[in-house]
Design a protein around this ligand. Structure first.
Ligand code: F0G
Length: 484
């Protein structure tokens, strides 16, 4: 039986698209020589590639999930107005239904919520605790003089594991840490659903409940990053026996009831663009409200276009449908299973968001200081035209003394945006990466030629150490003379 519950006569577990194609976008696969040129011109950084040079864009699912016909339809009825738009009230009502929260503050995207939260709650010298950091969250906390510590359970950092909820907190460590730092010095405790940087790994509902009880008993603010909630909801429903009979909406409301504040990037949750902060506490709402017109826009749009808000409203509703939210996890699983057949080291169990290659094991001959995950991203692009994302040392911030902070996980993420790729795209990706794995000894390291101080992975430029990329190209042409 497949994850969508549909059975194949062959007994095979084939991911089944629970949608049909109504609109398409042409994509191009450049010859290998042009792919090499494109990635070198982009300074070895997949963020700096031009989309016209990319075949399969597996950089992220952020703002690239396919929208539904109903979402596009809803965009046409958006109520354009600076203040008091009907669209806002519609969206607020939907959020109240799926999260049970009373107040909604709109923002232009997820990191904008983090900026508001940091301004409202982070004081210089305070500590924010998280199961695992996300790049933009950490940057906002540290920018305002706070620090962020991670208390994920040890299985979370083991790339291969059988643990179904690797995003869970180490609860003993959390209690000890709150006691030793002191609740007054803690800006907030944060739970990130579908923990991004450790491979899209879910957090269990039991763990969320235990964290919530602890925070409430100690009087510490609990903040929930719901950007990757859709995948996490799917995993709670399908991996935890206790919730198999709960509806997605029931699970969602239960989770939000445990939190003081729930925020999200609508580029991910709800397949639109934008973001928002939800709470039921009038005091917390008051603490953040004034920051919205200051940083984002008036309270009834917060930097979002009303058309996107309409799309988000429908997208959130669709997120309550198991068929809809199954699509990324089952395609990630299909890609993962194909890659495992070629013995490619991956983060397991497979999470949401995308398939994550363990670059340390793929390229054991490259020291972390030479950014193996960044090198692998460039190699994947050269052999396939696939744009993936570095989630390793290059994505870290340097230590305060300027020394390199080596990432605990050195990953390459092949994101699987919702409803965008077909099974043949997935098979193509697996085929090319399998070829690369056979030829991995040809891949060498990278070094920075331009290193920005903040969030260096976005705009930084790297060069290959030596001419390994040209050698990789030559070998590729030997095996695939068409160059495509
Ligand atoms: N929190 C999480 C867990 C995220 O994954 C992201 C974005 C954000 C917050 C910030 O939201 O981009 O709307 O400002 N993740 C994207 C990614 C960028 O590619 O994984 P944003």
């Amino acid at each position: 039986m497949t994850n969508t519950g549909v059975q194949f006569f062959s007994g095979k577990n084939i991911p089944l698209e629970m949608h049909k194609v109504k609109m398409v976008q042409k994509i191009n696969l450049l010859p290998v020589e042009e792919r090499l040129k494109a990635i070198q011109e982009a300074g070895g950084n997949s963020f700096l590639l031009k989309n016209r040079d990319v075949f399969l864009d597996m950089l992220t699912d952020s703002g690239t999930n396919a929208m539904s016909d109903k979402q596009y339809g809803a965009m046409m009825v958006a109520d354009d107005s600076y203040a008091g738009s009907e669209t806002f009230y519609k969206l607020e009502k939907t959020l109240t239904r799926i999260f049970g929260t009373q107040f909604f503050l709109p923002t232009h995207q997820g990191r904008a919520c983090e900026n508001i939260l940091a301004h409202a709650f982070v004081k210089p010298g305070s500590t924010a605790i998280t199961n695992y950091h996300f790049t933009t969250t950490m940057a906002h906390v540290t920018r305002l003089g706070g620090k962020m510590i991670e208390l994920i359970k040890k299985e979370g950092l083991e790339t291969t594991s059988t643990d179904k909820f690797k995003g869970d907190y180490d609860l003993d460590l959390l209690e000890e840490t709150i006691d030793s730092i002191g609740p007054d010095n803690i800006s907030f405790v944060r739970i990130e659903a579908g923990t991004n940087l450790i491979g899209g790994q879910p957090v269990s509902l039991e763990n969320m409940e235990a964290v919530s009880n602890l925070c409430r008993s100690k009087g510490v603010l609990l903040v929930f990053d719901a950007s990757l909630l859709a995948d996490n909801l799917f995993f709670i429903k399908t991996r935890d026996e206790k919730f198999k009979d709960w509806s997605i909406e029931e699970i969602s409301r239960k989770i939000a009831s445990l939190m003081d504040i729930t925020y999200f990037s609508a580029r991910k949750l709800g397949c639109a663009r934008g973001g928002g902060i939800c709470t039921s506490s009038p005091e917390l709402f008051e603490a953040m409200r004034e920051l919205i017109p200051l940083f984002e826009g008036f309270l009834t749009y917060g930097g979002m276009s009303v058309r996107e808000m309409e799309a988000l409203n429908v997208g959130l509703d669709e997120t309550m449908d198991l068929d809809v939210i199954s699509q990324t996890p089952i395609f990630v699983e299909a890609l993962g299973n194909e890659l495992l057949k070629a013995n490619i080291p991956l983060v397991t169990p497979f999470g949401g968001l995308g398939c994550h290659i363990d670059a340390k094991k793929f390229l054991p001959h490259i020291a972390q200081e030479n950014y193996p995950a960044a090198a692998l991203v460039t190699a994947i692009f050269i052999v396939s035209g696939i744009r993936s994302m570095e989630r390793g040392t290059m994505s870290e911030q340097r230590n305060e003394d300027g020394s390199e902070h080596l990432a605990s996980m050195e990953l390459v993420r092949l994101a699987v945006p919702k409803r965008v790729f077909t099974l043949s795209h997935i098979l193509f990706a697996a085929d090319r990466i399998s070829w690369l794995f056979e030829n991995r000894d040809l891949i060498g390291g990278m070094e920075f030629t331009d290193e920005p101080k903040t969030l260096r992975f976005f705009l930084g430029k790297l060069a290959p150490i030596g001419d390994w990329q040209e050698k990789l190209l030559a070998k590729f042409l030997e095996d695939m003379p068409s160059g495509l």
